[in-house]
Design a protein around this ligand. Sequence first.
Ligand SMILES: Nc1ncnc2c1ncn2[C@@H]1O[C@H](COP(=O)(O)OP(=O)(O)OP(=O)(O)O)[C@@H](O)[C@H]1O
Length: 302
Amino acid sequence: MAEQSAGKSAARPQAAREVPRGAERTAEHAAERPAEREGPATGPRPVSPPGVPTVVVDGLHVVYRIYGAGTGHGNATAALRRILLRQGAPSVHLVHAVKGVTFTAYRGEAIGIIGSNGSGKSTLLKAIAGLLPPDRGRVYTDGQPSLLGVNAALMNDLTGATNVILGGLAMGMSQEEVHERYQGIVDFSGINEKDDFVSLPMRTYSSGMAARLRFSIAAAKNHDVLMIDEALATGDRAFQRRSEERIRELRKEAGTVFLVSHNNTSIRDTCDRVLWLEKGELLMDGPTDEVIKAYEAHPGGS
Ligand SMILES: Nc1ncnc2c1ncn2[C@@H]1O[C@H](COP(=O)(O)OP(=O)(O)OP(=O)(O)O)[C@@H](O)[C@H]1O
């Protein structure tokens, strides 16, 4: 398992792949004592049997530091001016986005992450992907997690076709694999259903079309841990059904899928376990129906 710990750079370190001692205890504890395994969270273990842990999140805190907050003087010119005038550093505003989150994900699980706006869902995914360093706590992952968000980087000025090729290569496919899977990716995305959009620059796509193409590129490869941020919310019903089917296949191929969404139907149709975050804290971790029921009864739960 790779480890992401406080104070390390955002780049995923090439650490030993076995579970470190602390995480091992967490994982064993999780398997033996289901009701207590998620710290403050409640609810019984989901139906899928705990097997091989793929992600262990242990007391994770993520803090954003916003420099020059509230002063309107956060840019380079203002910084140079302050240095020349020997003024102090700008004020720093801290946003404590994830607070002491602990859970273990297992191979073959699809885990929904829900919570109101700003509750820390995307931040948690980015920390698992190694894109944000923990302030405190640790994240251990088996394999390289792939974060697929609606903002995942594709090049707007390049055509959809070129992005499919670059995206496939960037995910580690060989040229032959990209070539073999190209048509499948385009067909899956459905962007060419009405016109030859794949030959046009991505900036001409609607946000839904772009999100569908991103999902299709990412889903063309088997992932150890695939994290999806809202992508399903942007497609039409037919695309959502294809995506749900593909997520089920990815899980069968021994991966773990995380899905962040405000669409409770997508979560219900896709996930068997749900984490509910509020104000950065893990409020509940359990079977989808139980957690969504509690969330919907909560003010602000939609
Ligand atoms: N780059 C950033 N810099 C500073 N603060 C940030 C940054 N990104 C998010 N935040 C703050 O961190 C907190 C959690 O945000 P996050 O985007 O993780 O929530 P979310 O649950 O994914 O929200 P939403 O459902 O609206 O997408 C919020 O208070 C947000 O303002």
